[in-house]
Design a protein around this ligand. Structure first.
Ligand code: ADP
Length: 261
C-alpha cells in the first residue's frame, strides 16, 4: 500500500514538473517571437530611409556631383534621410528603455500652459507648411500647475501635435486645451480636424509599429512608435490616455495629469 501511495505522489510530482516546464517553454517561445517581430519591424523601418540615402549618394557618385546646384539638392535630400534615421533610432532607444522599465521619472511642479506654448513655438514652422493654425483654448490661458516629468510630457505633447499636423488637413486647425477635472486632475486635449481614424483601428493605435495607412504614414515620416511612446509615458505617471475619432472629421487625443499640490 505504502509503495502505491509513494508511486502516486511521484507521478503527481512528475506531472507538475512537466506542466511547469511546458509553461516555461511557452513563455520562452512567446519572448522569442516578440524579439523576432521587434527586430523584423526595426529593420523594416530602417530600410526605406537607408535606401533613400544610398540612392542619393549613388546618383552623386554617378556624375551628379559635377553640377553645383544638383549636388546641393541631392546632399540636402540625403541629409534629410539621415535626419529621419536619427529620429527613428531615438524613438527605438526610447521605446526600449520604456519597455524594460528603465526610464525613471523626474517629477516636479511645472506650468503645463507654458509647456504647451513652448511646444507650439517649436512646431509652428512645421504646421505653417500645411497652413495649419495651432490654437490654445483661451478660457484656461492662465497658468496651470501640474506635477509630472516635464521633459517626458513635452515629448507626449510633441508626438500628439506632430501627429495632428501630419494627419491634419491643409488649412486646418489644431486646438490644445487644458481642463480642470474633479479632484486633483486636469485633462489635456489635442484636437484636429484632419483625416480621422476608422473605428476598427482605434484599439490597436497605441501598439508599437501599428499604422492605419501603411504607405501614407510612412510617406509622412515617423517611426510608428510615437503613440506607443506617448502611452508608456502617460501610464508611467499612472494617468490615462484617450482617443476619440470620427473618420473624415477629425481626432481628439487626451490625457490626464495630476495637479500640483
Ligand atoms: P507614425 O510614426 O506612423 O505617425 P504613431 O504611433 O505616432 O506612428 O501613430 C500610429 C498611427 O496612428 C499613424 O500611422 C496614423 O495612422 C494614426 N494616427 C495617429 N495620430 C493621428 C491623428 N491625429 N489623426 C489621424 N490618424 C492618426
Amino acid at each position: 500500500k505504502q509503495i502505491s501511495t509513494d508511486m502516486e505522489t511521484l507521478t503527481k510530482e512528475i506531472g507538475r514538473f512537466a506542466e511547469n516546464k511546458k509553461l516555461e517553454i511557452e513563455t520562452l517561445k512567446i519572448r522569442e517571437n516578440y524579439r523576432k517581430e521587434f527586430i523584423g519591424n526595426v529593420s523594416h523601418e530602417l530600410k526605406t530611409p537607408l535606401f533613400t540615402v544610398q540612392g542619393y549618394i549613388l546618383t552623386l557618385l554617378d556624375g551628379a556631383m559635377k553640377d553645383k546646384k544638383v549636388r546641393k539638392k541631392y546632399l540636402k535630400r540625403a541629409e534629410k534621410g539621415v535626419e529621419r534615421l536619427i529620429y527613428i533610432v531615438k524613438d527605438l532607444d526610447m521605446i526600449t528603455k520604456l519597455e524594460v522599465g528603465g526610464l525613471s521619472l523626474n517629477k516636479t511642479d511645472f506650468d503645463i500652459v507654458k509647456l504647451i506654448k513652448n511646444v507650439f513655438d517649436l512646431l509652428e514652422m512645421k504646421a505653417s507648411k500645411k497652413h495649419i493654425v495651432l490654437t490654445f483654448d483661451k478660457e484656461y490661458a492662465s497658468q496651470v500647475l501640474v506635477y509630472g516629468d516635464e521633459e517626458r510630457l513635452q515629448q507626449v505633447l510633441t508626438n500628439l501635435i506632430v501627429n495632428a499636423i501630419k494627419y491634419g488637413k491643409k488649412d486646418g486647425t489644431i486646438e490644445v486645451s487644458v481642463e480642470h477635472l474633479i479632484k486633483n486632475k486636469v485633462i489635456v486635449r489635442v484636437t484636429d480636424n484632419g483625416e480621422g481614424i476608422e473605428k476598427e483601428h482605434i484599439p490597436r493605435l497605441f501598439e508599437r509599429f501599428y499604422r492605419v495607412d501603411k504607405s501614407g504614414s510612412r510617406k509622412e515620416g515617423g517611426s510608428g512608435l510615437g503613440l506607443a511612446i506617448v502611452k508608456h509615458i502617460v501610464e508611467a505617471h499612472n494617468e490615462k490616455i484617450y482617443v476619440e475619432s470620427q473618420f473624415g472629421i477629425g481626432s481628439e487625443f487626451s490625457f490626464t495629469l495630476e495637479k500640483a499640490k
